[in-house]
Design a protein around this ligand. Structure first.
Ligand SMILES: Cc1ncc(COP(=O)(O)O)c(C=O)c1O
Length: 473
């Protein structure tokens, strides 16, 4: 199954032209193509190809059928989630990475790829101020990073759990996080046999930060009774409102009670590059583990998740307990398969390494700084508009707003937010997402897109206020 190398040259050129044309048009509206799923499924439908059709036909299918159905991820007003815009250098890195096709599950499967993974991981440990002994593991995303962190936390708080599960008669493990904690922590707790029900959700203050007194009271209550507290998960940029817990205070609390501190900075971690973020995330360097995703606010292509550990031995000791005997050897601790869940794997750090070399960290910091400013500006503008109220204290770059016509919040108000979003989406001007904050439906804008500028904020504010008025003139 090889292409003729001379023909490959032409196909690479055609693929390059196609990618370039697509990326040149990334800023054109609409953000979201109007096409419905059943229509796309019908257009793409064909029998399993037993005989190949050749590269030209496949490329033509991409042009005719795939590109018209592509969401313009990266459009300056694609602000729905946290994976809003990959930098072009990251994409170039990904293309080269695909071409080199390394399999660095052991050093021999990708020598330079392994070394790049370790180097890039060290860079991130440095960004977060972790000590020399710290280490990193790249994953497919934040969910896998959180799972990896909790697997290691479980092993070190319940020694032998990897081999024998939780011992019979052991106290029920208890993990604490605020009501803002991400669903991926629940999934991880479920998959690791800790149990979703054993997560204690702690109430938050008016800024959606964990209530420290309520947390300490819950820990003490459990210590006195049956369950066994083992871990606190701090939020450093919660998914719905971007709340950041008081990490310094949580680090003190975890030290006092000998609990594992994991910080979920999947989205908010990039804020550490800025002065404001450094203040908000103070104490993060004291965490036992940190999730932070290059594929979110660091502007790298998906999939690039990352988990950092203060103590590198803990990571390797957990995964080396179950490693492929045939690949074991003197380089065990550097082989990527011993540093996470996946055995076979593509290099995940390569695109991050490449893009950091191209742009440097300073450029990424400037984008994060810009997004923090845009969020404040957008929030201030919305607060001035009739009928709009803010649902969150804007700590990072996430703003949640709700339209309440005539200040009369009734049973229709939740549905109205969805209708505004639908109309905005249909206009092609922007893609935002719904959110529920303190039981109220709102509209969430996440400024984590390096292409978004001040002019886009004006367009967004105008579009939202115009659409809201169309519903309630
Ligand atoms: C705070 C937080 N943690 C974890 C995740 C999961 O990350 P991923 O979607 O990369 O699996 C997200 C995703 O939005 C998140 O916002």
């Amino acid at each position: 199954v090889n292409l003729d190398l001379d023909e490959l040259d032409c196909h690479l050129q055609a693929a390059q032209d196609l990618i370039l044309a697509y990326r040149r048009g990334l800023g054109d509206d609409p953000v979201l193509p109007g096409i419905a799923y059943h229509e796309l499924a019908r257009l793409l439908d064909e029998p399993l190809p037993i005989e190949g059709q050749g590269c030209e036909k496949a490329l033509s299918a991409v042009k005719q059928l795939v590109i018209p159905g592509c969401t313009k991820v990266g459009h300056p007003r694609f602000l729905a989630w946290m994976n809003n815009s990959s930098c072009d250098a990251g994409i170039l890195g990904e293309m080269i990475n695909a071409g080199l096709a390394q399999v660095p599950f052991t050093f021999k499967g990708g020598k330079s790829a392994t070394a790049i993974e370790h180097l890039t991981g060290r860079w991130f440990c440095q960004i977060f101020g972790l000590p020399e002994a710290a280490t990193a593991s790249f994953t497919g995303g934040g969910s896998l990073a959180n799972l990896t962190a909790l697997a290691v936390a479980r092993e070190f708080q319940f020694p032998g759990a990897m081999q024998g599960g939780l011992p019979d008669g052991a106290r029920t493990p208890r993990l604490y996080m605020s009501e803002q904690g991400h669903v991926s922590i629940e999934r991880a707790a479920g998959l690791l046999g800790l149990g979703i029900r054993n997560i204690v959700r702690i109430a938050t203050d008016a800024s959606h930060r964990i209530d420290l007194q309520a947390l300490e009271a819950a820990i003490r209550r459990d210590q006195a009774g049956g369950p066994g507290p083992f871990c606190v998960v701090a939020q450093a940029g919660s998914a719905s409102v971007g709340a950041v817990d008081d990490i310094e205070a949580l680090a003190d609390l975890c030290a006092d009670h000998q609990l594992w501190l994991h910080v979920d900075a999947a989205y908010g971690g990039a804020a550490i590059l800025t002065e404001r973020g450094k203040r908000l995330l103070a104490g993060i360097e004291r965490a036992d583990s940190i999730t932070t995703d290059p594929h979110k606010w660091f502007s790298m292509p998906v999939e690039a998740g990352l988990v950092l550990f203060r103590n590198s031995n803990q990571l390797v000791e957990t995964f080396l307990q179950s490693s492929c005997a045939s690949y074991r050897g003197p380089m065990d601790e550097i082989n990527l398969m011993n540093r996470g869940l996946q055995i076979a794997q593509a290099p995940k750090a390569f695109k991050v390494w490449f893009a950091l070399k191209v742009h440097g960290l300073k450029k990424i910091r400037d984008c994060v700084e810009k997004d923090l400013g845009l969020a404040q500006h957008f929030a201030a503008e919305m607060a001035k508009r009739d009928g709009w109220e803010l649902l969150n204290d804007v700590q990072l770059s996430t703003v949640c707003a709700r339209f309440v016509p005539g200040r009369r919040d009734d049973g229709e108000t939740d549905a109205l937010q969805h209708r505004i979003l639908e109309r905005l989406e249909a206009s092609g001007a922007a893609l935002l997402s719904p959110v529920v904050v303190d039981g109220k439906v709102g509209i969430r804008v996440c400024f984590a897109n390096h292409r978004t500028g001040q002019g886009d904020v004006e367009i967004l504010v105008d579009a939202l206020t115009r659409i809201a008025m169309e519903f309630c003139p």
